[in-house]
Write a protein that binds this ligand. Structure first.
Ligand SMILES: O=P(O)(O)OC[C@H]1O[C@H](O[C@H]2O[C@H](CO)[C@@H](O)[C@H](O)[C@H]2O)[C@H](O)[C@@H](O)[C@@H]1O
Length: 363
């Protein structure tokens, strides 16, 4: 993040940091693996509930990434209007949002990548963000500490974004690193012991799914994605069964679901919400009322971060969605182009804001 000199190594927080010794966030990062089994059971319980309700993974996946025609056109506009009343546009409520930063509160920006900064496309390797979006993010980072929080492998999302001055939290927050001007600043890799097993499962999944046309397995370093987007819907259930058959032999891994994707992750107590808390604390904003975290994301995994903001009673969660979705976010934006408008407005507002009053030392 710009204008920050926080340097956290795996050994603790080094010189220049606002926090002495291993911070609570760093300790949480190290201890994340301890909750592995309990989370696995939670996940299985959710799957059992889903199946009791007659819902398959495929049904859930369809609902998580509805297309305009299968939702807005066919659906009832009243439902959307009611949802928008509960989660109003962050552009429409811009003044209300920035009023939360009054009194010199520092805004910290957290941005998801796919579906937030880049449009959803069929080929995950071609999810480029526009130059205009890149310029907007660069401008935001000049004024506010800024982090990209993604399910992608950190290096991959870093290459897509192409800005060295940001913090990057890849693999759903399991791989956090600061700006590249600080090459030593590896902050947090709570799932490093899972690397060999993730590699092993990657190979098994590639083998197992190769007979399904359109299926693609993506290695995100500390987690894996099995993509359904280019698979005929008739084959979705069979593909989900293949994936489940592979991971049943790995009790320390869990299966979660995103936008036409099944994700295989270590069952540790770590997610995008924990990554947000870790970054805030690393920046010296732990238990601090002088900060306004703003998190923008479009996916289920972003809900973990929205929940954290709700629990803290601090910050702004913004869901990117064109249709009603169950969410812990307070506001909404429809698509990446609205996200860009919001970022540009934030920069403009900051440029026009008067500087905080100087406190003159008494002589
Ligand atoms: O946390 P995110 O940055 O939103 O990453 C979540 C997943 O994003 C990518 O998949 C999604 O976007 C693809 C490109 O638009 C699309 O083809 C796919 O259907 C979406 O699910 C990424 O490829 C996954 O690895 C991430 O887990």
């Amino acid at each position: 993040m710009t204008n920050q000199d926080v340097v956290v190594s795996e050994m603790g927080i080094a010189a220049g940091s606002a926090l002495p010794g291993p911070s609570p966030a760093l300790l949480a990062c190290r201890g994340a693996a301890a909750g592995a089994m309990s989370l696995r059971y939670l996940d299985l319980a959710a799957a059992a509930a889903r199946s009791a309700a007659g819902c398959t993974w495929a049904d859930a996946m369809r609902a998580s990434s509805p297309t305009r025609s299968s939702s807005r056109a066919a659906d009832d506009a009243d439902e959307f209007t009611a949802w928008m009343r509960k989660h109003p546009s962050a552009l429409g409520k811009f003044e209300q949002i920035v009023a939360g930063a009054s009194g010199g509160k520092k805004i910290v920006m957290f941005l998801d990548y796919d579906g937030t900064l880049s449009p959803i496309v069929a080929d995950p390797d071609a999810a480029y963000m526009s130059d205009a979006m890149r310029a907007a993010v660069r401008d935001v980072a000049k004024h506010f500490p800024t982090a990209i929080v993604s399910g992608r492998c950190r290096d991959k999302v870093r290459n897509f974004v192409g800005l060295s001055e940001l913090y990057y939290a890849g693999s759903h927050g399991m791989d956090i690193k600061g700006p590249s001007s600080n090459p030593e600043s590896v902050l947090c890799q709570p799932a490093s012991e899972f690397l060999p097993v993730i590699d092993e499962v990657y190979k098994l999944l590639v083998e197992k799914t190769k007979s399904t046309p359109g299926a693609k397995v993506e290695n995100n370093k500390f987690c894996l994605s099995v993509h359904f987007r280019c698979v005929d819907e008739k084959r979705w259930n069979a593909l989900a069964e293949q994936v489940k058959a592979v991971i049943k032999d790995y009790p320390k891994l869990k299966l979660t679901q995103g936008r036409k994707v099944l994700e295989i992750r270590p069952s540790i107590m770590w997610d995008k919400g924990k990554a947000l808390e870790f970054l805030l604390e690393s920046l010296g904003f732990a238990n601090c009322s002088d900060v306004l975290p703003v998190y923008i994301g479009d996916d289920r995994t972003d809900e973990d971060a929205f929940k954290v903001l709700r629990k803290r009673g601090q910050g702004i969660g913004i869901l990117v969605s064109k249709c009603p979705k169950e969410t812990n976010a307070s506001y909404s934006l429809q698509d990446p182009s609205e996200v860009m408008d919001f970022l540009l407005r934030l920069v403009d507002w900051k440029r026009k804001s008067p500087p905080p009053p100087m406190i003159r030392p008494r002589v």
